[in-house]
Design a protein around this ligand. Structure first.
Ligand code: GLA
Length: 728
């Protein structure tokens, strides 16, 4: 039984294959508290971990110490009120303007499978493969019910949590915070890990000692953002890639978020995750509900690598739909010609693609209306017939004759003030009445909270996709939300606009993938500005960064791989000197760095040397042969250039452990070194493996403990791929 309730002990128990999660009821009032989350433990309750026999007792027994109780109790879903001064998940303003809320267990049910979350991306699983627990807590004064939903899966050590808040009272209430989860743990010398960055520097890992007070990653940009990531991990200070305890929390959401860890006076840490309360409010009439997005919890005692592999399995098996395997090798026109193309130029790219075994040509920005720079035409998704006479249909047909498929770029959430759409419907743009709209990249954001705006966008996308043999769509989004205001909402409900925007976006993408399931969707947000599990529910791959320069990409992909499988990351070989940082790296190394992801080229093939061109078929062959191991197997971060400033190595092992690949990059050679001995990971100890290139055979244990030698070359940006195959 993966989920059970022990009515004697009053303990709820959730079991994944290797972890246990316990909650318990406390006091006469039935407070719901968190007891334990960690490696599987026997069925002995552990109720004493609620510390109810220590002062302060539950208020029912010691009413005079109610405030102290609230200050210390590990609430499973903390609300503001009663004396809970730590970060609450829930803040409610009642019809009188009062701001207290107290939650007590009311009922629960255990159900097979996992109910969908209305309007939101969420993990899925069959009734045989997962089961769910719904616990209902009640604020009896407000009549407010909080439905806590937990799901466990029989094939992966992850737990999904989400919350629905229902106004069961007789008066309206305002939610001013409705976070999705709280996890309360005793501090075990924890470090906090978050991801930070900027445009072209996304997902850099930041690990620091957890300090007293609140530390957080957050976004208020309307997108999950380049700057922070909807994720946090707490790990023992001594935890390494493959050893030690790690707790990871990921948020299946694409808008404003708060990921916070707070270390308190009792050396306990409360981690919360959810929609950022700043600027948020939600009005609930009696009978109405608010559904908060889902979080995914992972606990690993095999270090950061163990956490990552669990997230990878979880996202691949239970969140990412439309796997579209194998992914096409593509050539993108952006860094090849930016806005400077016409039909003949694209066909030339197509011819070069065909000659080199590239399967898909993506026509990036600039094919529509009169767009030849970023200042115009977003919103007018009709082909520029001057550039492309005969339209995308003719281009697609001519490419097809060459054996190359057609893909296109769109930025459907946007509107240029210089567009026919804006001239006809200026109100479709989100702006604040009485204020000059804030332009970014010369564009405004469409008000996706409105059905008629979504319909207009969808009809245009559908018309484009129906007009030509298009097999791939890059959905871009190139600015934050700033003037967050919707004419569809009354003044007192404007706090709903940012979340309603995200819901509108989800509805649009759901319509898209349902109507065009064969079109491969790749999300993008000026690179990785909205690379999150919410978007992965709709598109199996996301353009990770506008920085495709190989060495910077090592760092970006290391951060990405902390949470997401390589199959989720768009990774292209770009031109040199790099358009973003000016670095020059060998073509072979650029290929190797891109290989684990969803491979492609982002350059003018006509400008490559003969030697570079000759490498392309080899790169594509290596990609076809070895990327599936990275996409579907178990990944190990053997060495981090970000940490050692010299070399990087990632490894993937197929699930049946018959094939392994090591991708090594020496970024910066050091003087007077001997060869590098790199211990491998993840192989079957007693199975013999042959290194394909050299024919050397050793046991898995031999490779893992003895290591693989990389000769001490005096070369920067040198790369090598090593494949090991099972012999017996
Ligand atoms: C964004 C994307 C790029 C490219 C341009 C086009 O910056 O991240 O890949 O598509 O827009 O304008």
């Amino acid at each position: 039984m993966p989920i059970s309730y022990n009515s004697d002990l009053r303990v709820f128990r959730l079991d994944t294959p290797r972890t246990t999660y316990l909650m318990g009821l406390a006091g006469k009032e039935n407070f719901l508290g968190h007891i334990y989350y960690g490696p599987s433990v026997p069925n002995d309750g552990l109720c004493e971990l609620l510390r109810l026999d220590e002062r302060p007792f539950t208020p029912g027994e010691v009413p005079g110490e109610r405030a102290s109780f609230y200050d210390a109790f590990p609430f499973e879903y903390p609300a503001w009120g009663g004396g809970n001064f730590r970060e609450p998940c829930l803040r409610v303003i009642d019809a009188m303007g009062g701001g207290n809320c107290e939650l007590f267990y009311e009922s629960h049910r255990i159900l097979p499978g996992k109910p969908p979350l209305e309007g939101l991306p969420a993990a899925f699983g069959t009734e045989d493969a997962c089961s769910s627990l719904e616990i209902v807590c009640l604020d009896p004064v407000l009549g407010l019910r909080v439905h806590l939903l937990y799901t466990v899966f029989d094939d992966v050590d992850a737990i999904c949590r989400s919350v629905r808040i229902e106004n069961g009272g007789t008066a309206p209430v305002e939610l001013s915070a409705a976070l999705s989860a709280s996890l309360e743990l005793d501090n075990r010398d924890f470090d906090l890990i978050t991801l930070h960055g900027s445009w072209a520097r996304e997902m850099e890992i930041d690990r620091r000692t957890l300090a007293f007070g609140k530390q957080e990653a957050f976004s208020l940009r309307g997108i999950s953002s380049h700057q922070y990531h909807p994720f946090l991990a707490l790990c023992e200070h001594s935890a390494t890639q493959e050893q030690g305890s790690v707790y990871g929390i990921s948020f299946v959401y694409s808008g404003n978020f708060l990921a916070q860890a707070e270390l308190d006076q009792f050396n306990k840490v409360r981690a919360v995750m959810g929609i950022h309360p700043d600027g948020f409010s939600w009005h609930l009439e009696p009978g109405e509900s608010f559904q908060a997005p889902e979080t995914v919890l992972v606990c690993s005692n095999q270090g950061l690598g163990g956490m990552s592999r669990t997230f990878h399995d979880f996202f691949r098996g239970h969140l990412i739909r439309g796997q579209h395997q194998p992914r096409p090798v593509l050539l993108n026109s952006w860094e090849a010609c930016y806005f400077d193309f016409d039909h003949d130029r694209l066909l030339e790219l197509g011819r070069e693609a065909a000659q080199n075994g590239i399967e898909l040509l993506v026509v990036d920005d600039g094919w529509f209306s009169h767009r030849s720079d970023p200042t115009t035409s977003l919103g007018d998704w009709t082909v520029n017939e001057e550039k492309l006479p005969g339209g995308l249909k003719r281009l697609g047909d001519e490419l097809a004759a060459l054996g190359v498929k057609l893909g296109i770029w769109m930025e459907p959430e946007m509107i240029s003030p210089d567009s026919d759409l804006y001239r006809a419907h200026p109100d479709y743009a989100m702006t604040i009445p009485g204020r000059a709209p804030t332009l970014a990249r010369d564009q405004l954001v469409l008000d996706l909270t409105r059905q008629e705006v979504r319909d207009c966008v969808f009809e245009q996308i559908a018309a484009v996709l129906n007009s030509a043999p298009i097999t791939y769509l890059k959905w871009d989004m190139n600015r934050p939300l700033i003037d967050v205001y919707s004419t569809s909402l009354p003044p007192q409900r404007q706090g709903e606009a940012a979340h309603r925007y995200v819901l509108g976006l989800y509805e649009l993408q759901e319509r898209l993938v349902s109507k065009f399931p064969d079109v491969l969707l790749e999300n993008c947000c000026s690179g990785g500005g909205r690379f999150d599990p919410g978007m992965l529910y709709y598109s199996p791959q996301i353009w990770t960064s506008d920085n495709a320069e190989a060495i910077d990409r090592l760092v970006i992909q290391e951060g990405m791989s902390l949470i997401y499988p390589y199959s989720a990351t768009g990774a292209h070989v770009a031109a040199c000197p790099s358009h973003v940082n000016g670095r020059v790296t060998p073509f072979a190394t650029r290929g190797r760095v891109s290989l684990p992801g969803c491979f492609g080229y982002e350059l003018d093939l006509g400008k490559l040397s003969e030697e570079e061109l000759a490498l392309i078929p080899q790169q594509i062959q290596e990609y076809r042969q070895y990327a599936p191991v990275f996409h579907n197997g178990d990944c190990y971060r053997l060495a981090s250039y970000r940490e050692n400033h010299s070399y990087d190595a990632v490894m993937a092992v197929s699930k049946d452990k018959s094939l392994a690949v090591v991708n090594f990059v020496q970024v910066c050679s050091r003087a007077y070194r001997r060869s590098l001995r790199l211990p491998l990971a993840g192989l079957a100890k007693n199975v013999r493996y042959r290194e394909r290139e050299t024919g050397v055979i050793r046991s898995g244990a031999g490779w893992m403990e003895g290591g693989l030698l990389f000769e001490a070359l005096q070369a920067d940006f040198y790369s090598k791929l090593v494949a090991l195959e099972q012999v017996d």
